[in-house]
Design a protein around this ligand. Structure first.
Ligand SMILES: Nc1ncnc2c1ncn2[C@@H]1O[C@H](COP(=O)(O)OP(=O)(O)OP(=O)(O)O)[C@@H](O)[C@H]1O
Ligand SMILES: [Mg+2]
Length: 268
């Protein structure tokens, strides 16, 4: 389960103003607010076990930044987030044990084979050699990776990379699983296969959070939807709840209505 309360994160605007200190180092200007990009601005939501929660938002909305904070890869400026009861800023190791994260750009090692990539990660997560080998074999079968499991990852297709990244996220059997745009670049059959896996994980009691900007995908898969726009949650509810609250018949129209009052990207 994930509980997020009032998370904030901003970044130094690339190319922002700096001034040169006497000893030669560049430091950010003290008038810094304007030099920062607000990526996440007071995000709160809950993702329950046994359910699929969708973080739905357009490009630049703050989805990846939110997920990266939950995955302990970057620190929030303020606010709190707990993964299975463990606070992301204090209990980093416990969060990592409970969480499987599939980042947007899979970041797999090109010189290792698919099997070695997954196995390396499983070992990092604390599985001994024998258990890692067993688990990796199981995932290769489950995700139908047999045809390329022992090839070096360099040159893998998008779908093959996605499968390796997903297997890596599942290697240590985490209770909570976060997937950042998992169907990006997948063909129809691969997308259907991934949806089945996600549904099965939720049916087995796992907490699943995935981000997407694709309305139909979120509508088809999610039990709970958090609409994020310009770094803030505009609305969260079940699909039926969102349609009812906005008085619309489809998620796209509901999305437009729910986000209408938030500031535009260019105003940030
Ligand atoms: N390291 C960074 N440095 C500067 N700005 C950043 C950084 N990371 C994110 N941002 C900015 O924060 C905002 C939110 O970015 P984020 O990647 O979270 O969006 P997203 O919803 O995942 O978008 P997409 O659908 O395109 O993946 C964007 O304006 C982005 O440019
Ligand atoms: Mg993203």
């Amino acid at each position: 389960m994930i509980v997020v309360e009032d998370l904030h994160k901003s970044f130094k605007r690339p190319g922002g103003r700096t001034f040169r200190l006497p000893f030669g180092k560049n430091r950010r200007s003290a008038t810094a607010e304007a030099d920062r990009v607000v990526a996440v601005n007071s995000v709160s939501f809950t993702a329950d076990d046994g359910r699929i929660t969708g973080l739905l938002g357009p490009n630049g909305a703050g989805k990846s930044t939110t997920l990266r904070m939950l995955a302990t890869l970057i620190r929030p400026d303020r606010g709190s987030a707990r993964v299975d009861g463990h606070e992301v800023t204090r209990d980093v190791l416990a969060v990592r044990q409970h969480l499987g994260f599939m980042p947007h750009n899979a970041g797999i090692y090109p010189r290792l084979s698919a099997r070695e990539n997954i196995s390396y990660y499983a070992r990092l997560c604390g599985l001994d050699r024998q258990h890692a080998a067993q688990r990796v074999g199981q995932l290769i079968e489950q995700l139908d990776m047999g045809g390329f499991a022992d090839r070096r990852a360099t040159g893998f297709s998008q779908g093959q990379k996605t499968k390796v990244a997903l297997a890596r996220a599942l290697a240590h059997r985490p209770q909570t699983i976060m997937l950042d745009e998992p169907t990006n670049g997948l063909d129809v059959m691969a997308t259907r296969g991934l949806r089945e896996i996600i549904r099965q994980l939720a049916a087995d009691g796992h907490c699943i959070v995935f981000s997407s900007h694709i309305m139909q995908e979120v509508a088809a898969l999610c039990d709970h939807i958090a609409i994020i726009s310009n770094g803030s949650i505009a609305m969260q509810d079940s699909l039926a709840g969102i349609l009812q609250r906005t008085g619309e018949n489809d998620l796209e129209d509901a999305f437009v209505k729910a986000t209408r009052n938030l500031t535009t990207e260019t105003q940030r």
